[in-house]
Design a protein around this ligand. Sequence first.
Ligand SMILES: Nc1nc2c(c(=O)[nH]1)N[C@H]1C(S)=C(S)[C@@H](COP(=O)(O)O)O[C@H]1N2
Ligand SMILES: [Mo]
Length: 422
Amino acid sequence: MTEQFKGMKPSRRAFLRGAAAVGGATAMGTSAAAQGDPAITELKPWNQFLGEGVDASPYGMPSKFEAHVRRQDVPWLTADPISSINFTPLHEMDGIITPNGLCFERHHGGVAEVDPAEHRIMINGLVDRELVFTMEDLMRFPRENHVYFLECAANSGMEWRGAQLNGCQYTHGMIHNVMYTGVPLRLLLEEAGVKTEGKWLLAEGADASGMTRSIPMEKALDDCLVAFKMNGEALRPEQGYPVRLVVPGWEGNMWIKWLRRLEVGDKPWHQREETSKYTDLLGDGRARRFTWEMDAKSVITSPSPQAPITHGKGQTVITGVAWSGRGTIPRVDVTIDGGVNWHEARMSGPSLDKSMHRFYYEFDWDGSELLLQSRAHDSTGYVQPTKDQLRAVRGLNSIYHNNGIQTWFVNSDGVAENVEIS
Ligand SMILES: Nc1nc2c(c(=O)[nH]1)N[C@H]1C(S)=C(S)[C@@H](COP(=O)(O)O)O[C@H]1N2
Ligand SMILES: [Mo]
């Protein structure tokens, strides 16, 4: 025990001795009798001087002590930062909402700086009336609010063959979960009048990559949104300002940013696209072309490689996120011994369709090594598979749609590492 807690502050050591005296029962916080903690006894600048006034930051920013909480890219992953990706710092977050400034970005041609006054959305093709909407026109339709996750199909793609990147930000951070305000796509399509042969929708972005994706009309008329607000404010330029397509539960690639055109057609444009970048290669060399729904998935965000246990033994909080493109997450299981024993985690926060869910599991850490895993169950009854189960079906050549169970090894110092166990 002395070795374990060497280097700890005196007040903390006194507390631990005290805790041991009452039978090792877990108590949080230090006894008020513990004197001499400079955090209590010394004056701090913020006790003595007046702070900045309400005019200091018209658009608020996080505390300077949170400067490490940021999106990160992995420079070797792509040739240049224009057609690249960065990652949401999941290990620093809690609850279910991703703050706008922390939403991961994926661009094929950089961030388009679109002037909303000069932006138009066109509906053409197999419609009764070809229409052009200004942003102002869009605002006159009834709008809705929904919280949805967006996950890039390549999320966890580097982890197919084995444990690669040391942190859930990198293994699972191609995801964000945002409340969107937008107009149901169905209302715009009804305004244009889709002809009966109109079975597919081609959505096109206004960025330099001119990104296009096809969406089946059934999905377009179901729950897709033409969104202009995220978490209450205008979309960020990185997320497609002034308007993006929201395709709930389906892979991020289809959520066209800087949306400028919707063309109704009679056949899937996928058959015309040279090679689908988001094809899942199967073990036997065949390709599974149409995987759009994101399967249920979860990850423990803390402890994790970027969020080690620093408080020593005793009461410890495990937390993480889970989501499914097919519904809600009624249950997540957590194991601390690599799957020998599973415990039902405590869900906390809103349980919304195709949205991120937050789970917790509190336990009394005895300081021994841990193998942490989480396993999501979705509302269809689907259970998140192990990586080996996935590989048995899909082989080793896949990149996309890896929803396998993630393992973190935690050593007796609380340091966590990305590993795989079978
Ligand atoms: N116009 C346009 N839309 C786009 C892209 C793009 O490069 N251009 N990237 C797509 C991909 S692959 C993903 S994963 C998501 C990422 O959305 P985000 O940047 O808000 O995280 O946007 C999609 N929509
Ligand atoms: Mo993506």
